[in-house]
Design a binder for this molecule. Structure first.
Ligand code: ATP
Length: 589
């Protein structure tokens, strides 16, 4: 196909805003494609791309460089072109204008074809390294030299990433369906696209092998499948209803979703938006190589920032801090992540998309060799709503956002690219921040792991209950302690260690060491949440439940000036919780 033909199609697309008309135009365009390979190029170019986004291959030309190419091809000065761009604000129009009045003789121009434009742009994208800028400018100018004004308009816009015809992948799928004979085929094309989200490939297969070819499209290692998404409910009861009680409940970790492809010794990591993020997580690559016991697999999980010495999960913001930094290897040390694997969709050559969830989960548990840095997600198959409630609170207390509830019936397939009721999220929305710090009493301690092995490094903290004169637990804290703090804590607590629960301590958790209540620490936290395992305000706000702190952190202040009886009281926590609930969109039991 001549590029001029495509440019004219682009112009027509630009002029319509009616979707049906757009699909008709695109259908005709695919009818005109000379070959399946050309249909592929047309599909990409119509989206203003050269490759599917997950390849990460970009043209890499700034507006300035495009101007240089226009100058080179038209004989005008870059400054004049730049000035005009300032007035018009559209690089396409400016290219069109200057190519239309070019000074160079154009006796021997060669008509542009779709193939030549595509291949030249692809070459620009692949040209890298020293001196590459000049090469890119020359390559683009070579197209402008042979371009008609309207062709120059669209070439410039594509290179600038500003084609914006209003066509999306789904519009193209619909046009391809109608090219194959009926718009009804769209669902078949969409199913294939959810598994291989490469619109050019889909177009090529459609024109080459028709609908049967499309139906045979299968998972390909190294190409991300579109993620399954969850619907939302407001209460465990609602989730129970929606699934008729056939459900598993999974912690909803607050990190970054990862789709990880293991292909023997190669590992690719894709983000929720299907970008290739492998290079950002060399630590995850290593852990997957060692701990996923399969030659080939596609697993999904959430990478969460965590403290390897205590096992505590950390807030999402910490992971984001890591992503913003460029010195990846230093950040691996500063902000370690742990992967919580929640699904497997491919295993040793077998596509598991249609395998029911409980079976997928079994495979997952078999192939993950657990470690602090990689684990299957925390999951239960609750038998009653109460169990679901407790697990929900446990999730929040462990730094999670809530639960993802998974239907477990026979049709519990992995719905690539779909948001449906097979996955349901139950989230605790909180916007309140605890602004006050709390003064809490150490009543127990836990040994650290790794570098901190042998050192008490996280602590069971309690509030004071005035009426009963006892201490009730409200959180476990292991964050905010510098090395020197841990040394100091270990020295201070040593004489206070007792071999049984101190009489005035009320606890449901069993620490490695019980500590006589004496030391008071200043603690901050994100909020106060319901908790089935802490005894502060147990049965007070709700039956069988107490209150706990979410994301507690030691501020660095020891309150040696305070006696344990001067610590924050249980009543104060209840007050804070109630006050907080006015500003929180809470899930009501
Ligand atoms: P959100 O902002 O709530 O994460 P989302 O649109 O990114 O929403 P949803 O489908 O609504 O995605 O919610 C599921 C998301 O929760 C997944 O994309 C994933 O990142 C995250 N997640 C955390 N833990 C799990 C889990 N155990 N199972 C499935 N998804 C999980």
């Amino acid at each position: 196909m001549k590029f001029l033909t495509l440019a004219k199609y682009f112009q027509r697309l630009e002029e319509t805003s009616a979707r049906l008309e757009m699909i008709q135009i695109l259908t005709n365009l695919f009818v005109e494609a000379a070959s399946p390979a050309e249909a592929r190029m047309i599909a990409y170019l119509t989206l203003g791309e050269l490759h599917p986004p997950y390849t990460g291959l970009e043209l890499g030309m700034s507006e300035k460089l495009i101007i240089r190419s226009i100058a080179m091809a038209s004989g005008y000065d870059s400054k004049a072109i730049e000035k005009r761009l300032g007035e018009v604000g559209d690089i396409g129009k400016v290219a069109e204008e200057f190519i239309g009045k070019r000074k160079q003789a154009t006796l021997f121009t060669q008509e542009l074809t779709v193939e030549r434009v595509y291949k030249t742009l692809d070459k620009i994208a692949r040209t890298a390294g020293e001196g590459s800028v000049d090469d890119k400018v020359k390559l683009l100018a070579s197209l402008f030299v042979d371009a008609k004004p309207i062709e120059a308009r669209y070439i410039a816009r594509i290179v600038d990433g500003a084609l914006r015809l209003g066509v999306a992948d789904m519009t193209l799928l619909e046009a391809l369906a109608s090219r194959l004979g009926s718009r009804e085929y769209k669902s078949v094309l969409e199913e294939a696209y959810n598994v291989v989200p490469d619109i050019g490939y889909i177009a090529e297969v459609a024109l080459d092998k028709g609908l049967d070819g499309i139906k045979e499209i299968d998972i390909q290692l190294g190409i991300p499948i579109r993620p399954m998404l969850a619907e939302r409910v407001k209460s465990p009861e609602e989730a129970w209803e929606k699934t008729h009680g056939m459900l598993a409940a999974d912690f909803k970790y607050d990190g970054e979703r990862m789709q990880i492809h293991k292909d023997h010794d190669k590992v690719h990591i894709f983000s929720r938006r299907l970008e290739n993020i492998t290079y950002q997580f060399p630590d995850v690559v290593e852990i997957v190589k060692k701990h996923v016991k399969a030659d080939t697999a596609i697993i999904e999980g959430e990478a969460v920032a965590f403290n390897p010495e205590t096992g505590e999960l950390r807030p999402f913001q910490e992971l984001m801090r890591r992503k913003r930094k460029h010195d990846i290897h230093r950040m691996i040390e500063e902000i370690p992540v742990t992967l919580r694997v929640f699904d497997v969709v491919y295993h040793d050559g077998k596509n598991l998309l249609k395998t029911p969830f409980p079976e997928r989960r079994k495979i997952l548990e078999e192939i993950i060799e657990e470690d602090d840095y990689i684990k299957p997600s925390e999951l239960i198959y609750p038998k009653e709503i109460k169990e679901l409630w407790e697990f929900f609170m446990l999730a929040i207390e462990n730094g999670c956002e809530g639960l993802v509830i998974k239907y477990t019936g026979p049709e519990s397939v992995y719905q690539a690219g779909a948001r449906g009721w097979l996955w349901i999220k139950l989230k605790r929305d909180y916007r309140a921040e605890l602004t006050d710090t709390l003064d809490l009493v150490v009543v127990g301690a836990f040994y650290g792991r790794g570098r901190k092995g042998g050192l008490l490094s996280s602590f069971l903290m309690a509030v004071y209950d005035k009426e009963e004169d006892v201490f009730k637990t409200v959180c476990k804290v292991g964050t905010g302690f510098k090395d020197e703090d841990l040394t100091q804590m270990n020295e201070t607590l040593k004489p206070l260690i007792v071999d049984h629960k101190p009489a005035r301590v009320v606890a449901k958790i069993e620490p490695d060491k019980w500590i006589e209540p004496q030391v008071v620490l200043e603690i901050t936290a994100a909020e106060i949440t319901l908790s089935p395992i802490h005894t502060c305000a147990y049965n007070e706000v709700q039956e069988d439940v107490g209150l706990a702190l979410r994301f507690p952190r030691f501020t660095g202040r020891y309150r040696f000036d305070k006696a344990p009886e001067d610590a924050t009281t249980e009543d104060e926590i209840v007050e804070m919780y109630k006050r907080q609930r006015h500003t929180v969109e809470d899930v009501n039991p």
